[in-house]
Design a protein. Structure first.
Ligand code: SAM
Length: 301
């Protein structure tokens, strides 16, 4: 049963009806980020860390959902439009960390089975093989999206390989098992806030720590009840430590179970999460409430 949490700001008579939770410096809106983002003032967010629904993978069970487009080009242009709204609300020195994985064309299958680990709603169809591709082709989605965002005005600053040492085994015998996804770092401007120090890597003994490399080895972590891949907190931690100073505001317009909120709060950053489904927003609230002792509460303004 979903229970709306009474936010401390409810004393404010002008409380936004879509504001589901506001405490510990974290605001959660149950809303469609395609619409909600336009309501924030410019220069509001320092960085955005997000993982959108993947194309043709999971049915979140609402109209006109991102990821259910029949053509891959429409999926990409929907994401570009949404992230343009994100850019409009970022500070001029702001950044955007986009996590996205790749996919294969359907090879003739017409539906997608629920995945064994997360028995969520699977898509009831598989999109047609995109024009120019063949059955079994790797689509190259991350790079298609990265180039489209670059063409839309973002500065593409780094591709990061998120290597998953504990990746799911695959039964394939004609290619290597996929063990990675991408994180792309974009900036709004030529010069931007990026703090390399807190994410430096250990060096060999006796040498100073070295600049973080572009391959991150981080295990995936399951989360009971979520019907999609949840961010590992360590991945989000690296993005936030480099992308936002203490007290700055982090955005996740695809908030899901709220990993970005949990990590932002633990690192003393503020966070705005937008999530379409109230049941996921409620999971996020539970995680945030459980992870942070009240004593650490940080006022939002
Ligand atoms: C891949 S999951 C994100 C998981 C998240 N990173 C976590 O750690 O839990 C994508 C989420 O985006 C939400 N979503 C999809 N389209 C949305 C939209 N237009 N506005 C807001 N949320 C949306 C889905 O309901 C889902 O919870």
């Amino acid at each position: 049963m979903v229970s709306a949490v009474q936010a401390p700001v409810t004393a404010n008579a002008f409380r936004d009806p879509e504001l589901y939770y506001s405490d510990h410096g974290v605001e959660i809106y149950v809303a469609d980020s395609r619409k909600k983002l336009s309501e924030f003032p410019p220069n509001h967010f320092q960085t955005c860390v997000s993982s959108p629904p993947y194309w043709g993978l999971r049915d979140y069970d609402y109209e006109n959902q991102i990821g259910a487009e029949e053509q891959v080009e429409d999926y990409i242009s929907d994401l570009v439009a949404l992230f343009r709204n994100v850019r409009d609300k970022l500070r001029e020195d702001g950044t955007f960390w986009l996590n996205i994985g790749d996919a294969y064309t359907s090879g003739g299958r017409t539906w997608r089975a629920p995945d064994k680990k997360n028995a969520g709603r699977a898509m009831s169809y598989r999109p047609d093989t995109p024009k120019g591709l063949k059955p079994k082709d790797l689509i190259g989605l991350p790079w298609r999206i990265a180039f489209a965002l670059q063409a839309d005005g973002w500065f593409l600053r780094s591709d990061i390989i998120w290597n998953k040492p504990n990746c799911q085994p695959e039964s394939v015998k004609d290619r290597p098992t996929r063990a990675h996804e991408y994180v792309f770092l974009f900036s709004k401007s030529l010069r931007y806030f990026y703090d390399p120090e807190p994410i430096q890597e250990d060096s060999i003994i006796g040498h100073a720590p070295k600049n973080r490399r572009s391959v991150w080895n981080i295990n995936t972590e399951g989360f009971k009840g979520a019907h999609f891949a949840v961010f590992p907190p360590k991945l989000v931690e690296l993005c936030i430590l480099a992308g936002a100073p203490k007290g700055a505001t982090v955005l996740d317009p695809f908030f899901g179970t709220g990993t970005v909120g949990v990590v932002s709060r633990a690192l003393m950053r503020k966070c705005v999460g937008i999530e379409m489904k109230p049941e996921y927003a409620e999971m996020a609230v539970q995680r945030i409430e459980e992870s942070i002792p009240k004593a650490y509460s940080l006022p939002l303004s």
